[in-house]
Design a protein around this ligand. Structure first.
Ligand code: ARG
Length: 462
């Protein structure tokens, strides 16, 4: 059926249904219904207090919008593609409720500043939720670090055993990554919390509006000081997606390690049954599906970011319909990061760590070779020479299946007369970890310092 459009005054034809469907955004922008109503209530309140609209009209419109808000909460609102987007759907519903006076709501406003306002508000509303979920995951990680300061496992580079490290140290590395993620989202609020409302179509308005008032009513921190920028800026959304991408990158690295650790070859850790799945054919299987899915979902968030960067590239000022493509990626990324944070939280809180297997892995892997080189360097040998001597010993050890700490003193002394009996203390993996007390190192005390600093950071958020 051909419904006359709100903007249809100068049109003699209505687009065919398939084209209307193509142009409509109601299927997804209805996610911003609450923000749209909130924005309209603030706008009409301002139209009243500035005397642009008479108090009687304002009261009717406000009551109508509040009614719609209740209907929304009760799940009673019905939207139509014929009304294109959330803005015109809400206005149409308002018109049904209160009659033609509803048409006054759009005084001194355009859908261009309206959609920007809704989108800004939507992101502002989500940011505290995202930040608090990151914070929640950091708490779980901090607890794991605290419980595992003296749990030792091979630290790896190139996925090859490098030097033994504290498992607490490992977890605190992820704590720090998440801290930066959190800080990026906190900063994101500065740019999301700027009010575009009142920029109107692109040039501002001749009505004596009060942009500061609507900004205050909506809880925005500031007001765009250029109307063209106000309606065409989506930087805050790109920043959000970039932050989300970086967060997912971190979660995928953690997932990858958990997957490796849960493998038969490693057996450093096992997911709780609640966070693993079985195979429909192989009865013995226990798969780390959830970790894999988090790792896999990074792709869609990167896609969301790439998509919006591409949509915005080369767009002339001010509003262009292309920008309707800004929302789905942000919604999708939000669902993805919230779900991933939640699942990672549950998976880590229930993770079974196999400390004995981790400890066993540093026994015969020559990961104490640096200790011997450092031992010789401490005794005055240039480190390069020490490195070469130990390298030869390692080669011999590999051939004879003898780790450095099991080699007799005479053999070590044959390699360098600087070696004395106390070398065996240095060759113990526990000593190797304990002694790395340089700031930020894996030494137990250093890890405890990191944990104490981390606790302080978490308490600052509460
Ligand atoms: N649905 C549109 C969007 O999401 C609303 C703004 C439309 N403005 C316009 N001039 N066509 O971008």
């Amino acid at each position: 059926m051909a419904v006359k459009k709100m903007w249809g005054g100068r049109f003699n034809a209505v687009s065919p249904e398939f084209a209307q469907e193509f142009g409509a955004s109601i299927d997804f922008d209805q996610a911003m219904a609450a923000e749209d109503i909130e924005g309209s209530i603030a706008h009409v309140t301002m139209l009243g207090s500035t005397g642009i609209l008479p108090a009687g009209d304002v009261a009717k419109i406000k009551t109508g919008l509040q009614d719609i808000q209740k209907d929304l909460e009760a799940g009673k609102l019905e939207f139509t593609v014929a009304n294109e987007d959330i803005h015109m759907n809400i206005e149409a519903i308002l018109t049904q409720k209160i009659g033609p006076v509803a048409g006054k709501l759009h005084t001194a406003r355009s859908r261009n500043d309206q959609v920007a306002t809704d989108f800004h508000l939507w992101v502002c509303h989500r940011l505290p939720e995202v930040i608090s979920s990151i914070d929640g995951l950091q708490k779980v990680i901090l607890k794991l670090a605290e419980d595992n300061v003296e749990t030792i496992l091979p630290g790896v580079t190139h996925l090859q055993h490098a030097q033994p490290i504290s498992l607490g140290h490992y977890f605190m590395a992820y704590f720090s990554m998440l801290q930066r993620d959190k800080e990026r989202f906190q900063f994101n609020l500065k740019h999301a919390s700027i009010s575009p409302l009142g920029a109107a179509a692109l040039a501002g308005t001749t009505f004596p509006i009060d942009r500061q008032q609507t900004a205050d009513l909506l809880g925005f921190q500031s007001v765009y000081n250029n109307s063209l920028d106000a309606v065409s800026d989506r930087d805050f959304a790109i920043e959000y997606l970039s932050n989300a991408s970086m967060l997912m990158m971190h979660l995928s690295r953690l997932s990858e390690e958990l997957i490796i650790w849960a493998s038969y070859e490693y057996q450093y850790a096992e997911m709780d049954d609640a966070y693993a799945t079985g195979s429909s054919i192989m009865p013995q299987k226990k798969n780390a599906d959830y970790a894999e899915l988090i790792r896999g979902k990074v792709g869609r968030v990167y896609g969301d970011l790439t998509s919006l960067l591409t949509v915005m590239k080369g767009l002339p000022l001010a509003y262009n319909k292309d920008m309707q493509e800004d929302k789905e990626g942000v919604f999708d990324a939000t669902t993805t990061i919230m779900g991933s944070l939640h699942v990672m939280n549950g998976m880590l809180s229930t993770l079974h760590i196999k400390k004995d297997n981790m400890a066993a892995a540093v026994q015969n892997d020559f990961s104490n070779a640096t200790e011997l080189a450092d031992y010789l360097a401490t005794k005055g040998l240039p480190f390069r020479q020490a490195h070469a001597i130990v390298g030869k010993l390692v080669l011999k050890g590999i051939q004879t299946h003898t780790p450095l700490q099991d080699m007799p003193l005479s053999e070590l002394q044959a390699a360098s007369p600087l070696v004395e009996k106390d070398v065996y203390v240095d060759l113990d993996p526990k000593t190797a970890v304990e002694r790395r007390t340089s700031f930020g190192g894996t030494g137990f005390d250093s890890v405890r310092q990191q944990i104490a600093a981390g606790k302080k950071l978490l308490s600052e958020v509460e």
